[in-house]
Write a protein that binds this ligand. Structure first.
Ligand code: CTP
Length: 401
């Protein structure tokens, strides 16, 4: 999955001949899974039509503060557009627009949106050779980068004027790969290795039966996705679950029993930076596993169970540099029990779910958690989707690094 997947991209187009290439640019962003909105300066419409861009972006194109032709005369709120975006790219960025951006001029919707945006802003200069090497342009490019904007440098080549030299806007493919690399390099968990257990375990009684639980794995898989989106390399050790995940940063290892999960967790723990054990591991397993299917005979039957190894506690004993995060699913005396587990298992954080809370726990799409840290300070969150809970958990982890 691309780092651009799900990202909201605001593409600002100014009046340079390279504007014709932005049709391809919009398509590339969409192909990466991004959502695109386009703002054009009025003059840029001479180079490419808004219809092309609205068709490709599947969104209306904005270019004025309000739509004169529309019956409703809707105000295009530049503040909202700026806040909507996860990133803004101004391409092509002409010498004129660059100089206005430097000086805070906002005489069109694009410039007003740029001034109100809070997201990372990329700009791709495009102009003729002599304009590009003019000291005032050089000065503007430097200033814009000092403001925190990221420049996608112009390349050398044949220019529309027929001159050959610097000033050509980077090709759409190169802009997308530049932004992808830049975003990846700034992710908070870049280079971090995460070990994550998820889902239930099944403990065999005989070849067709098992002792298990209702864990769906949804919470663990949501954490895997969130962690990978933050740049971490995730080893996801998953018990039997219907959940799926497609992410180039996630390596999934399927296991069935607590013993298999234990073996895999220990295999990867040494090189791990963060271990998150969200699996609902069976605490007991049948002492003797029948090799053949057990036939029904008596009115009652007994299965002798023995304790499984506590994976989390065993990692707590081995812990060195790793940040260790456990889960606690409780029904009574929740906070005290969770704090007890945090201490006993030598954890850095524990995520508490209470089955007293409606919408929390197994097989739902929502969860309600409290995160308790080593100093026993607790933060309770509202009922949220498991995806949103995963973000809260990962934020708490990032804050501890
Ligand atoms: N856990 C584990 N291995 C086990 C049992 C639990 O790694 N054999 C982990 C879970 O993944 C979870 C945490 O331990 O992160 C809490 O598990 P829980 O079953 O609630 O706690 P227990 O210590 O087993 O206590 P109890 O069942 O008595 O509540």
């Amino acid at each position: 999955m691309s780092v651009l997947s799900g990202k909201k991209v605001l593409l600002g187009i100014t009046a340079g001949i390279a504007a014709y290439k932005t049709a391809g640019l919009v398509r590339l962003f969409i192909k990466q899974g991004a959502e695109v909105q386009v703002i054009m300066t009025p003059a840029s419409k001479d180079f490419i039509t808004p219809l092309t861009l609205s068709t490709l972006s599947k969104n209306p194109v904005h270019s004025t503060f309000y739509d004169k032709e529309s019956e409703n005369e809707l105000w295009n709120n530049h503040v909202e557009l700026g806040l909507w975006a996860d990133l803004m790219l101004i391409a092509p960025a002409t010498a004129n627009t660059l100089s206005k951006m430097v000086n805070g001029v906002c005489d069109n919707l694009l410039l007003a949106t740029y001034l109100s945006s809070k997201c990372p802003v990329y700009f791709a200069p495009a102009m003729d050779l002599d304009m590009y090497i003019h000291p005032s342009t050089k000065n503007n490019l430097e200033k814009l980068q000092r403001f925190g904007n990221v420049m996608i440098p112009a390349t050398s080549g044949e220019l529309a004027s027929g001159l050959v030299g610097e000033g050509r806007m980077a090709e759409p493919e190169d802009m997308v790969s530049f932004i992808t690399k830049d975003l990846l390099s700034k992710l908070p968990l870049k280079g971090k290795k995460i070990l994550l257990t998820a889902g239930p375990t099944y403990e065999a009684i005989d070849p067709v039966r098992f002792v298990g639980n209702h864990s769906s794995g949804k919470m663990g898989f949501a954490i895997a996705k969130t962690a990978a989106n933050l740049g971490a390399e995730v080893i996801l050790i998953a018990g039997p679950t219907a959940e799926t995940i497609q992410h180039s940063f996630v390596k999934r290892i399927d296991v069935k029993s607590a013993e298999e999960m234990y073996t895999q967790a220990h295999r990867y723990f040494k090189d791990t930076d963060i271990a998150i054990l969200s699996a609902a591991v069976a605490d007991y397993r049948p002492k003797n596993v029948a090799t053949q299917k057990i036939k029904k005979k008596e009115a009652t039957m007994e299965i002798v169970l023995e304790k499984t190894k506590d994976i989390l506690a065993s990692l707590g004993e081995l812990k060195e540099q790793q940040l260790l995060v456990g889960f606690a699913l409780e029904t009574t005396n929740e906070t005290e029990n969770a704090k007890g587990k945090l201490k006993k298992k030598n954890l850095d954080l524990i995520v508490l779910n209470s089955l007293q809370d409606k919408g929390a726990g197994f097989a739902t799409n929502t969860n309600k958690i409290t995160i308790i840290d080593k100093n026993l300070s607790a933060q309770t969150f509202e009922l949220k989707s498991k995806d949103a809970v995963a973000i809260d958990i990962m934020n708490a982890i990032v804050a501890k690094l």
